[in-house]
Design a protein around this ligand. Structure first.
Ligand code: IMP
Length: 191
């Protein structure tokens, strides 16, 4: 158990609220009337971002969730990902917007984009609240990014370390930097 004194606030609740509103405005203008987006979130980390985003979007949307399992050798992510929980709603011919909490190496998003594309959505875009661009090992296009952050391990606003800290209304750097997630998982469910 790590206590909250190990945390340094990086993004306050006010900063998150303001940026989510801006992202919602951006997303609104990128989908014409009659083309309401279908938001698909990857569990569990994106649940708070999704909840705030849908309330800031001034239009009807539909939502769905998937969960993924990623596999590694113990020291490095292999980039091998599978869908642990599949879509409930068929995405064929829908305007799909993937809602991510954080893109790090990009391996998960790269795999998701390929998997989603194979199901023939009408359009496919991504919004990620956080982007750790310097860690990228897979090329991915992210149409909407909330904040680009340094290579630090962050928690809060849905993001966890070992299932702790998801409830925090802000994003904080965990000072006792844990092993990076892509380096700690072996055959384990992400998030
Ligand atoms: P990827 O490396 O882009 O495939 O990201 C894999 C996943 O690792 C992300 O979706 C998060 O669930 C998790 N992750 C990466 N960086 C962090 C972090 O700083 N805090 C919490 N989770 C993270």
């Amino acid at each position: 158990m790590i206590d909250e004194t190990a945390l340094t606030v990086l993004l306050t609740a006010d900063q998150l609220r303001d940026r989510v509103r801006e992202l919602a405005a951006e997303i609104n203008t990128s989908y014409p009337t009659g083309r309401d987006p279908h938001l698909v979130t990857v569990l569990k980390g994106g649940f708070i971002f999704l909840a705030d985003l849908v309330r800031a979007l001034d239009r009807p949307v539909t939502i769905d969730f998937v969960s993924v399992a990623s596999y590694g050798t113990g020291t490095r992510s292999s980039g091998v990902v599978t869908l642990a929980t599949d879509f409930e709603i068929d995405i064929t011919d829908r305007d799909v917007l993937i809602v991510e909490d954080i893109v790090d190496t990009g391996q998960t998003l790269s795999w998701l984009l390929d998997t989603f594309r194979a199901r023939h959505p009408r359009s496919l875009r991504t919004v990620s609240l956080l982007d750790k661009r310097s860690r990228r090992t897979a090329e991915v296009d992210i149409e909407h990014v909330g904040f680009t952050i340094e290579d630090r391990f962050v928690v809060g606003y849905g993001l966890d370390y070992a299932e702790q800290f998801r409830h925090l209304p802000y994003v904080a750097v965990l000072d006792q930097t844990p092993q990076h997630p892509s380096e700690r998982h072996t055959d384990s469910l992400r998030r």
